[in-house]
Write a protein of this length. Structure first.
Ligand code: V47
Length: 360
């Protein structure tokens, strides 16, 4: 059997062996990925009506790839108060958002309680809106400043109304690359433990991977294999389908940051990464082609290479656009739907947990 057949049969192979998947031509990989994707969802492409809110960009940590946090590359620090975030949440809801995706920097001026007061206030004002908040990196940061332990942080999130966790902060799990690009951030093992514990509380989350910078193909595969293993373990512990809903390969955006990268992945390399994700992550239901990092056109093309989701309208995007992505003002639902349909797919508006709301 060749490596692709072995991968599809889930034979035990190392990341190094599986990185040979990249040596297949792009259409062979796409074919294998599309069989899985089409078997699961036919021609459906999922999106949601969401709003990203980033309350502050003042950060105690320094990740080399980050153009969002205030630094000499981004000399515009800001910190919102609870009322300001609440007012944005109200506006987002009036504009149709059904999900608020709230992630922030690690701002030493916010107290532990600030976060939970904010979540309680949002849930009280807008109980019908899904609150997706705090990356595992933020959970780890809140543990570090409070000494409460990450389990307690997760319980406080649950008690204050957080519905699900976003997939940010995973970056690349390989310890050597991680140390170079984001030293001091939550460790890979801790990132996985935090998500697994969240899943054991009966809640869902996503998982990202930042790629296209200094990592090698083998590191991407290793990242996917660690996620697949974590998902299988949760299956056993929680006795239910694992808690990762979607895998989101985030393409590195190159402007205004401190990471010196000299070569960037081609379109083929990006699409192969998406196909390989669909092939290897057979226990994670959705592969999200996040249009804010891929660009709208490539995100649509990715739907023919194993992806089945685009993320959403976003309304205002600050993290990727700070690094050069053309995503600052989000997309209207109309535009997103037209793009999906024009490419021959069926546009499905979903909720945050992938329940289908409407065919558009
Ligand atoms: O973890 C930071 C990434 C992430 C850059 O869960 C960069 O549904 C590219 O996690 N180039 C935050 N990426 C965003 C995120 C996310 C986005 C959309 C949906 C979901 C979800 C999660 O942004 C960070 C980091 O990996 N990031 N800088 C950059 N220069």
């Amino acid at each position: 059997m060749d490596i692709l057949q072995k991968a599809l049969a889930r034979e035990h192979l190392s990341a190094q062996e599986l990185s040979k998947l990249y040596e297949y031509d792009i259409f062979t990989l796409a074919d294998a990925a599309q069989q899985i994707r089409t078997g699961l969802y036919g021609k459906k492409v999922f999106f949601n009506n969401n709003r990203h809110i980033n309350p502050s960009n003042i950060c105690a940590d320094v990740c080399k790839f980050c153009a969002f946090s205030a630094s000499r590359k981004n000399p515009n620090p800001y910190s919102m108060g609870i009322d300001e975030v609440l007012s944005l949440a109200h506006k987002a809801y009036e504009n149709g958002a059904k999900e608020l995706h709230i992630v922030s920097s690690h701002n030493p001026n916010y107290t532990y309680e600030w976060y939970f007061e904010l979540f309680r206030a949002i849930k009280k004002a807008l109980p019908q809106v899904h609150l997706k908040a705090l990356t595992a990196a933020e959970v780890d940061y809140l543990d570090r400043i409070s000494n409460k332990g990450y389990k307690r942080v997760l319980e406080d999130m649950l008690a204050s109304g957080v519905d699900s966790m976003p997939g940010g902060g995973a970056e690349i799990f390989d310890e050597k690359v991680r140390r170079y690009i984001c030293k001091g951030k939550v460790s890979s093992q801790r990132w996985l433990e935090i998500h697994q514990h969240w899943h054991s509380l009966g809640k869902m989350s996503n998982a990202t991977m930042l790629f296209g910078h200094i990592e090698e193909r083998e590191h991407r595969i290793d990242h996917m294999l660690r996620l697949r293993a974590a998902q299988s373990e949760t299956d056993k512990v929680a006795n239910k389908q694992g808690g990762f809903n979607a895998f989101i390969p985030l393409l590195y955006q190159r402007q205004n940051n401190f990471l010196k990268v000299t070569s960037f992945p081609s379109g083929q390399e990006i699409l192969k990464t998406i196909s390989i994700a669909r092939i290897l992550l057979d226990n994670i239901p959705h592969i999200k082609a996040y249009w804010a990092t891929l660009g709208l056109n490539l995100a649509i093309v990715a739907q023919d290479f194993g992806a089945d989701d685009m993320d959403g309208t976003i309304q205002l995007e600050s993290i990727q656009s700070a690094a050069g992505a053309k995503s600052k003002s989000g997309l209207s639902k109309h535009e997103l739907v037209c793009q999906i349909k024009d490419a021959g797919f069926v546009a499905i508006e979903r909720d945050s947990l992938y329940n289908e709301l409407a065919e558009c």
